[in-house]
Design a protein around this ligand. Structure first.
Ligand code: GTP
Ligand code: MG
Length: 325
C-alpha cells in the first residue's frame, strides 16, 4: 500500500493482543473463529462473534476498540473528503473501457461486469489481475490480486500470454495473484471472511469474484429459497464492500444474466441477483457480443458517470480497444 494511504488506514492497534481487553486467550479464540486481524474485528458484527462463542460484552468492547482504531465511525465532511481522496482508479488495460469508466474501476467500491457466456467477463477480470500490478503512473495500484473463482475459469496460461503487453514478467506476475476456488456459496463466503490476513500480507489491491452469483443461484432453488438466498448474497457483498474500504482495494465481480420473462418481442436480459446486486454494485457494466469478434461494453449504472457504450475485442494479447493496437 502506498505510504500516503497507509497513513490513513494504519490501525492504532496492530495485532489482536493490542486491543484493550484482549489477552492471549481471547486472541487465540478470535483467531480460531476467523477474526485474525484488527480489520477483521472492526468489520465483524456482535452477533457474528456471539454465535461463535465470544461473550457479548467482550464482543462489543473489542469491536468498538477495533473500529475506533480504524476510524470506522462517524466522520466529518472534511474527513470524508480525505477518505474519498484515497479512491484510486485501476486501469482495465483497454483504453476504450477506461474511457467509459472515467479512468478505470474505482477502489473502495464494487464494479460488476455482467452479460451472457463468452462476452469477456472473465477475460477482463484476468487482465485486471495484471494491471493492478502496474505502477500508479501507468494506472495500476502497485499491488497484487485475489481471485475467487467459482466456475474454474481462471487460466494461468492466459496470464502468461497477456503479461508482455504490460511489460510484466509472467512468473512474477503470477506470484502476485492469489487464487482460490470456491466450491459452494458457503465456501465462497467463508473464503472472504478469512481474506483480510491474505490481503494484508500480499498487498492485495484488487479482489475478483468470478462469478459472484452462480453458486447462490444454483443452490437456492425455488421461490421459498429466494429470501434466504438474497440475505446470504447481501451479506457476502457487504463483506466485499467492507474489505474494499478497509484496504482501499478495487473489487470486480462478474454476474450472469437471465431472460426477462415479460419481454415478448425482443430478447431482453437482466442481471441475476435482483435489487441486492443493484444496490451494492456501485458501477455496473453490461457486456454483449457484437458483429464478428466485437464485444460491446455498456455502462449501465455509475455514481457519477453518464451512460455510454464502447466496443472492445478479446485477442491473443488480451482485452483491447481499436486504439490499443
Ligand atoms: P461465462 O463465464 O461463460 O459466462 O463467459 P465470460 O463472459 O466470462 O467469457 P470469457 O471472459 O471467458 O470470454 C470468453 C471469450 O474470450 C472466448 O469466447 C474467446 O472469444 C475469448 N478468448 C478467451 N481466451 C482467449 C485467447 O487466449 N485468445 C483469444 N484470441 N481469445 C480468447
Ligand atoms: Mg466467465
Amino acid at each position: 500500500m502506498a505510504s500516503e494511504q497507509m497513513e490513513y488506514y494504519k490501525a492504532k492497534y496492530q495485532t489482536l493482543e493490542d486491543l484493550p481487553g484482549v489477552g492471549p486467550a481471547t486472541a487465540s479464540k478470535l483467531r480460531e473463529i476467523g477474526f485474525r486481524t484488527v480489520e477483521a474485528v472492526a468489520t465483524a458484527t456482535i452477533h457474528e462473534m456471539v454465535s461463535a462463542g465470544i461473550g457479548e460484552t467482550t464482543a462489543e468492547k473489542v469491536i468498538n476498540a477495533a473500529r475506533k482504531s480504524m476510524a470506522i465511525t462517524f466522520v466529518r465532511g472534511d474527513e470524508l473528503v480525505k477518505i474519498r481522496s484515497n479512491i484510486r482508479h485501476l486501469t482495465t488495460g483497454c483504453t476504450s473501457l477506461d474511457y467509459l469508466l472515467g479512468g478505470g474501476i474505482e477502489s473502495q467500491s464494487i464494479t460488476e461486469f455482467y452479460g451472457e457466456f463468452g462476452t469477456g467477463k472473465s477475460q477482463i477480470c484476468q487482465q485486471l489481475c495484471l494491471t493492478v500490478q502496474l505502477p500508479y503512473e501507468q494506472g495500476g495500484l502497485e499491488g497484487g490480486a485475489l481471485y475467487i473463482d467459482t466456475e474454474n475459469t481462471f487460466r494461468p496460461e492466459r496470464i502468461i500470454q497477456m503479461a508482455p503487453k504490460f511489460n510484466l514478467d509472467p512468473d512474477e506476475a503470477l506470484r502476485k495473484i492469489i487464487f482460490a476456488e470456491a466450491y459452494t456459496s458457503n465456501h465462497q463466503t467463508v473464503l472472504l471472511e478469512n481474506a483480510d490476513e491474505v490481503i494484508k500480507e500480499n498487498n492485495i489491491r484488487l479482489i475478483v469474484v468470478d462469478s459472484v452469483t452462480s453458486h447462490f443461484r444454483s443452490e437456492y432453488l425455488g421461490r421459498e429459497m429466494l429470501a434466504p438466498r438474497q440475505q446470504e448474497l447481501n451479506k457476502h457483498l457487504h463483506k466485499l464492500i467492507r474489505l474494499s474500504r478497509a484496504f482501499n482495494t478495487a473489487v470486480a465481480v462478474t454476474n450472469q444474466v437471465m431472460a426477462q420473462p415479460d419481454a415478448f418481442f425482443a430478447k431482453v436480459v437482466k442481471p441475476v441477483g435482483g435489487h441486492i446486486m443493484g444496490h451494492t454494485c456501485h458501477t455496473r457494466i453490461f457486456l454483449r457480443k457484437g458483429r464478428s469478434n466485437l464485444r460491446i461494453a455498456k455502462l449501465v449504472v455509475s455514481p457519477f458517470l453518464p451512460e455510454g457504450e464502447t466496443p472492445f475485442r478479446i485477442t491473443e494479447r488480451g482485452v483491447e480497444g481499436d486504439e490499443d493496437y
